[in-house]
Ligand binder design. Sequence first.
Ligand SMILES: [Zn+2]
Length: 199
Amino acid sequence: MESILEGIDRFQKSVFPKRREAFEALGGGQQPKILLVTCSDSRIDPSMFTQTDPGEIFAVRNAGNLVAPHSAAPSAEAATIEYGIEALGIPDIVVCGHTHCGAMAALGQRGSADGLPSVKAWIETSTASLDRCDEVSGFDDDLTRLVAANVCQQLEHLRGHPSVAKGLEAGTLRLHGWVYDFERGDVYACDENGSFSKV
Ligand SMILES: [Zn+2]
């Protein structure tokens, strides 16, 4: 924790003063370019690998970058997606999985999350991802193929959310699936056939 507090101090003394005007301008509102659904994993830093600034990425983060199928139950993901599309008018949603994803490893190994009931219940909203691994291409190892299959599964879940369906129907919204390889700095994007290739 100490290094984190030291970081705040450094930010306030060295970084913020140089960009004060940009930060103050953010007080006028936000117009993010994308809505990014990605994993909580600490190794994923979206603003770093996309080289974006505060105000550009509206984010949903959770274990496994999941969007549960739409339902009437309250959902942080559904609320954030609805707000991003309806209130902020974001034109692009990106679901971004990543290499070495612990949530996907747990999904792929039945029983491995039995001691973590909340994790187990959450990742099981995406068991359908396990059946899609043969539908994706571009990756050699089983875990990354599951990560990619899961990205495609979440895109399908997204299409069932009313605000997403409306945006797609109106042609004002596009969906994208990515896999981020943090060891190499590579980002792979999928086409409509589930084939992933480097951006
Ligand atoms: Zn992950």
